[in-house]
Design a protein around this ligand. Sequence first.
Ligand SMILES: Nc1ncnc2c1ncn2[C@@H]1O[C@H](COP(=O)(O)OP(=O)(O)OP(=O)(O)O)[C@@H](O)[C@H]1O
Ligand SMILES: [Mg+2]
Length: 431
Amino acid sequence: MTSPFKRYVRGFGPARGLKGLALVLALLVPLLALLSAPVWAFALLALVLAGAIAGLPGSAAERMLARRAAQKVERGATEGRLHGVLDALSAATILIDARGAVVHANAQALSAFPALRVGTPVTHAIRAPAMTAALESVLKGAPSARLDLVERIPLERSFDVFIRVMGGKASARGAAHAVIFMPETTDARRLEAMRVDFVANASHELRTPLASILGFVETLKGPARNDTAARERFLGIMEEQARRMARLIEDLLSLSRIEMNEHIPPSGRVEVGSSIRSVLDALSGLARERGVVFETQFPAADLAVRGERDELLRIFENLIENAIKYGQSGGRVQINLERVEDAAVGASACVKVRDFGPGIAPEHLPRLTERFYRADVNASRGQGGTGLGLAIVKHIVTRHRGRLGIESRLGEGSTFTIWLPLVPLLEKDKP
Ligand SMILES: Nc1ncnc2c1ncn2[C@@H]1O[C@H](COP(=O)(O)OP(=O)(O)OP(=O)(O)O)[C@@H](O)[C@H]1O
Ligand SMILES: [Mg+2]
């Protein structure tokens, strides 16, 4: 392979003969002039020739200039290739010089740290004491450093940062001296935190009813052994607590079942209106008990979606039950079904469940579908809730390739909306 430098130097080959000729002339002409011409003419000639020689291609000065230029071209090409490689990396990567100033930052780095600028210290854009300390140690001679970096603004993101000195001389300003490689660990951390939270929450949810059951067993075996009235009451509470545990375990199992099948879209066909009606029948007792009336609006012809009936019943049951339980003060729950064109889902069956209760504060809205998350823990526990209902709803909706929307205003109530893709009409059924 011909390097740009070699090509450049080879270009001077024919000029070498010219240089020889010039040298001969430079020696001969002044000698002749010395014999016949005045001194000033000799000096002038010598000056002109010296200038000509220095100016000729192939002189030592010119060769040095050529070599420098070629090295620059070569370095530029190598740097260009290196930057190209860094830009192709999926992790944020930054090259710094021996003073800690940015030489190059790839697109990932610029999007994570928009304040990065070539030529300014990297610590101006990444302001974390651990980062400053690690950089200092590398710039003072340590071969490498590693740290966990957590950025909290604008969003919490975490990175596993490696700083490693690159081979070669580390002096020139603007020359790459070390590489900062920063794979993002935000998702891994979030998953780990979720796993730990999940185990803690599940254990806590099971421990409370279990402790209560054990307490009553102790009482029944001891002080209340012969107290028939107390026994009846305690057995009732124990039954309620045991049912609560059973429900929790049932919910956890169905959640993991739905999650496992999430990538397999359902193949059945479900009539949405008739499914909602059957849920309303099942919940009519609860609604009456809480003084809540249903107001429904359905299209004349039922809408069919691709789905798993049991899973869809689960969605409607949880949304309507939540509206009754948490929105009972509003006294009514509206359930609407209509056909809509949704930008994300396409032709869909849109189900809206609206209550007129206390509503949900905006800070809770993004987290409502997390497992065990409750806007009002005591209200939910008091209603026998586990905080898994909306997590199950979200997974079912995702499996059905649909969408869930939650709107709420404090004091005005909440609206939960589900969009489910309609079964495409057969040619013969089209109007
Ligand atoms: N219509 C609503 N109005 C006010 N708050 C609601 C409403 N629906 C849900 N929430 C809040 O969201 C939380 C989560 O609801 P989710 O259905 O996931 O759990 P849950 O009802 O507590 O338990 P489960 O559904 O397992 O019985 C509830 O605890 C409640 O605080
Ligand atoms: Mg619920």
